[in-house]
Design a protein around this ligand. Structure first.
Ligand SMILES: [Fe+2]
Length: 232
């Protein structure tokens, strides 16, 4: 992805999230210049992957396969002594027909919440023991109500509704055609993007970035430390 696209999508997300009535924390708006003034007091943001995350899963077709996320809070398994928090929260902007590809988590249990806007469609399978899609029927809880799910069933979440995705449940989601962009929340166990995502197809989790202009905001993998840009 070009940096100019990432800048534009973040600016559009800030506008959309604000118009939705959801308020982001202050670090969502820090510029690279402001980051230069932040010392170790802001390490929780750097070390736990908080902040902006714009991905095209390495396919360079963000509008059809991509996701824009902002991680509001998170723990850290690698530094549990220092960050004992056992939970995470994200806010995401999912556009019509913009697919987050099939993946599951070995450890993370996540509630995906339609916080407003359009309709979120989620396609579900149970994973088999070879990381494929199983043909087994299973059940999920949608706002406290259990529902049987056949392989490949799609669950539609309207604003206010949420689904609890247990580990080993493959999920892919997108905004329903014609219903508008969806503001999606996630409340989950600690998020560990380096070790806890199993994608059905081998995909990159982060974009390859072409630096055609300066960043307006760093992505969560880019925070500078000690004066130099680090990529985790
Ligand atoms: Fe997920």
């Amino acid at each position: 992805m070009k940096r100019s696209e990432i800048n534009r999508y973040i600016a559009e997300a800030i506008d959309y999230i604000d118009k939705s009535g959801f308020r982001l924390p202050p670090f969502a708006f820090w510029s690279p210049d402001e980051w230069k003034t932040k010392g170790e007091e802001a390490d929780e943001i750097r070390e736990n992957g908080l902040g902006w995350d714009v991905t095209d899963y390495g396919l360079n077709e963000f509008m059809s396969t991509g996701l824009l996320l902002f991680t509001i809070r998170n723990g850290n398994f690698a530094r549990k002594d220092y960050y004992p928090k056992g939970y995470a929260e994200k806010i995401m902007v999912v556009r019509e027909d913009q697919i987050t590809p099939f993946h599951y988590h070995w450890n993370k249990r996540e509630d995906i919440i339609n916080r407003g806007g359009g309709e979120l469609l989620i396609e579900l399978y149970l994973a088999d023991d070879k990381n494929g899609l199983s043909d087994t029927t299973f059940s999920v809880a949608i706002d406290g109500v259990r529902r049987q799910v056949a392989p490949g069933d799609k669950v539609a979440l309207t604003p206010g509704e949420s689904i609890c995705l247990e580990p080993y449940i493959y999920h892919s989601f997108w905004g329903k055609t014609g219903a508008g962009t969806v503001l999606v929340g996630e409340v989950s166990d600690v998020n560990d993007d380096n070790n806890d995502n199993c994608f059905l197809d081998k995909l990159g989790r982060y974009p390859k970035i072409i630096e055609d202009e300066l960043p307006l905001h760093y992505l969560c993998t880019e925070y500078p430390k000690g004066g130099k840009l680090i990529r985790t």
